[in-house]
Design a protein around this ligand. Structure first.
Ligand code: NAD
Length: 432
């Protein structure tokens, strides 16, 4: 844990004041009708705290840190009122544990700072960064690793309950090195969390009919929970037909048109992994979306569009979306308009594959910047290949409040969400 120094405590104190203000607003919100989950936080134990109890308590500086964290979670419980919101619950529990630990700590002088660290577990900040107002790095690698640990535990329990291990089958066509690497990473991640994985490789001259027949066999195979066909497929194969041929229940990529339709109707479904990863990053970093302005740059059906769906839709429905006001920009948005929309956004999410498209002057101070883009370029200094996003990262970092690096931001989340979808598919199929 970062050592506590005077600077950290001052910053922490300022953050606590900010939490106090947010909390006050939230408690007044009409949806916040009653508070029942604060039991865990009520240090005196026993009864759930009432709204007035909370309001009283949070005037005490000592409880403020806990209340800030808890009330935020509590409020979301009320505003969303859906179980699926809690797929991050173990992360929340972990926060609670740490906050309680801090409260029982005898070292009162470090208390405030540590509470803040508990809130900010998923963002990397060092004291130097805080002082120079650098954006907090959203550590996608860490968050993905946490999700994988949670899944590992859940899968162990699942097997202990007498179920077989979840099974994921990947279909890889041709010898594209990037596709090979993606599939290898996914399969490695599967093994890591306790999912049995299998890769079926086919040469690029496989016919569409042969491929569809094989997918149908996998659909009917009770031992298979998830099927993913690594895209792109060769030109002579109709990609949409292939995506639609994977049965909805096993469609762990969420590309079947019926699953996409359900997502658009805010219904329970398997959601595409990258958009789901973006949503999870935002949730776990506690970036506020309710009523905020979000710009999504890129409108592809697998990435930009579902991200926009998850951001703007009603959080009370099954997809636990995020109630933001969303603007979608694309290749025909004039650059000046793109800049104008981005500049007014509290969150910019970009998924275009155009390096350097989003520059620092397009970002509002303190905004969150999520960079989904991944492009391989040659580093002019080293002459070696490297991966870059859509954002001019080094400059944008000086303006933004939160920012994802590339690599190490959204990428690892996509793989973690694939594991999560596979486990969801396994549980759904077991119910049948
Ligand atoms: P795509 O080519 O299907 O879509 C690109 C989108 O960007 C289009 O909607 C297009 O209108 C928009 N666009 C292009 N130029 C633009 C411009 N100048 N201004 C505004 N919009 C512009 O690509 P995709 O599949 O959506 O992927 C987008 C990026 O995300 C790629 O770099 C891809 O590698 C990356 N990606 C990353 C992950 C991950 O796990 N991190 C997953 C999928 C895709």
């Amino acid at each position: 844990m970062t050592p506590m120094g005077t600077t950290t405590t001052i910053i922490a104190s300022a953050r606590l004041q900010a939490y106090r203000a947010t909390l006050e607003t939230k408690l007044k919100h009409p949806r916040c009708m009653k508070i029942s989950c604060t039991q865990e936080t009520n240090t005196k134990g026993g009864k759930p705290a009432s709204r007035s109890n909370l309001t009283q308590n949070f005037s005490s500086e000592r409880n403020l840190g806990t209340l800030a964290v808890i009330s935020d979670i509590t409020w979301k419980r009320f505003s969303y009122e859906k179980k699926r919101y809690y797929h991050s619950l173990s992360g929340v529990r972990d926060l609670l544990k740490r906050v309680r630990m801090v409260h029982s700590s005898k070292n009162q002088s470090s208390q405030k700072g540590e509470v803040i660290l508990a809130c900010d577990r998923f963002v990397r900040t060092d004291t130097k960064d805080s002082l120079s107002k650098m954006a907090k790095l959203i550590d996608g690698k860490q968050i993905a690793s946490d999700i994988r640990s949670e899944l590992r535990e859940q899968i162990v329990k699942w097997i202990q309950q007498g179920h077989r291990a979840p099974q994921l089958t990947a279909i890889l066509i041709g010898d594209d090195p990037a596709s090979n690497t993606y599939v290898a990473n996914k399969m490695k991640a599967a093994t890591d969390v306790g999912i049995v994985s299998k890769t079926e490789r086919y040469s690029s001259d496989i016919t569409e009919e042969q491929l569809l027949r094989r997918i149908e066999e996998l659909n009917l195979d009770d031992a298979v929970d998830g099927i993913l066909v690594q895209l792109p497929v060769p030109d002579h194969i109709n990609e949409r037909k292939v995506c639609n041929s994977v049965s909805c229940g096993k469609d762990v990529d969420g590309f079947n048109e019926r699953n996409i339709g359900r997502l658009c109707l805010d219904m329970n479904t398997l959601i595409p992994c990258t958009p789901l990863g973006v949503q999870e990053l935002i949730k776990r970093c506690q970036i506020e979306t309710f009523g905020k302005n979000v710009v999504v740059v890129g409108r592809s059906k697998n990435v930009g569009m579902p991200i926009a769906m998850l951001l703007h839709a009603d959080g009370r429905n099954d997809t636990c979306a995020m109630d933001a006001t969303v603007t979608i920009c694309h290749r025909f948005t004039p650059p000046s308009e793109l800049a104008r929309f981005c500049k007014s956004a509290d969150i910019v999410i970009t998924a275009t594959g155009v390096p350097g498209l989003i520059t620092a002057d397009m970002i509002k101070e303190g905004a969150a910047v999520i960079d989904v883009g991944i492009t391989r370029v040659v580093d002019p200094v080293t002459g070696k290949n490297k991966l870059v996003g859509d954002v001019d990262y080094d400059e944008a970092r000086k303006v933004a409040g939160h920012i994802t690096p590339v690599p190490g931001g959204v990428g690892p989340m996509t793989v973690a969400m694939l594991m999560k979808n596979t486990f969801i598919a396994a549980k759904n199929l077991a119910k049948k």
